[in-house]
Design a protein around this ligand. Structure first.
Ligand SMILES: [Cu+2]
Length: 131
């Protein structure tokens, strides 16, 4: 009896250790490819990223397609800025960094900094082109 309980205990322990190891390997394997973490977007949604520095937006022109839905993501790389899309009722900043939006009217729209950020504020502009 004593002997039987002992080997049962050993069996349970080694099973627990093996399961824990397998789980660890699984976590490593699952965690690794997510390191550069890709954006998970809903089907049919595209990503529009806007990054601001002192005193520029990362692109002089942003191109989007009319009729398509975009997840717009704004971030500041340097300084504290905002991005207002003129005539579209869209305004991004650190407290409102992202929004889903469908562009419907083709045209050129001005994007400008919407937060007083310093010397280059007035010149901080870009263009959104809805094609
Ligand atoms: Cu500004």
């Amino acid at each position: 009896m004593e002997q039987g309980e002992h080997s049962m205990y050993k069996w349970i322990m080694s099973t627990i250790v093996m399961v824990a190891c397998a789980f660890g390997v699984y976590l490593l394997a699952a965690g690794m490819p997510q390191k550069p973490h890709e954006e998970v977007l809903p089907a049919g949604t595209e990503l529009l990223k806007i990054t601001a520095t002192n005193f520029n937006f990362d692109q002089p022109e942003y191109h989007v397609k009319a009729g398509k839905t975009y997840l717009i993501k704004f971030s500041n790389k340097l300084g504290k800025h905002g991005a207002e899309f003129k005539g579209m009722n869209l305004n991004f900043n650190e407290s409102h960094p992202s929004q889903t939006f469908k562009f419907d009217k083709p045209g050129k729209y001005e994007i400008h900094c919407s937060q007083m950020c310093g010397q280059g504020h007035a010149q901080m502009q870009s263009t959104l082109i809805v094609e």
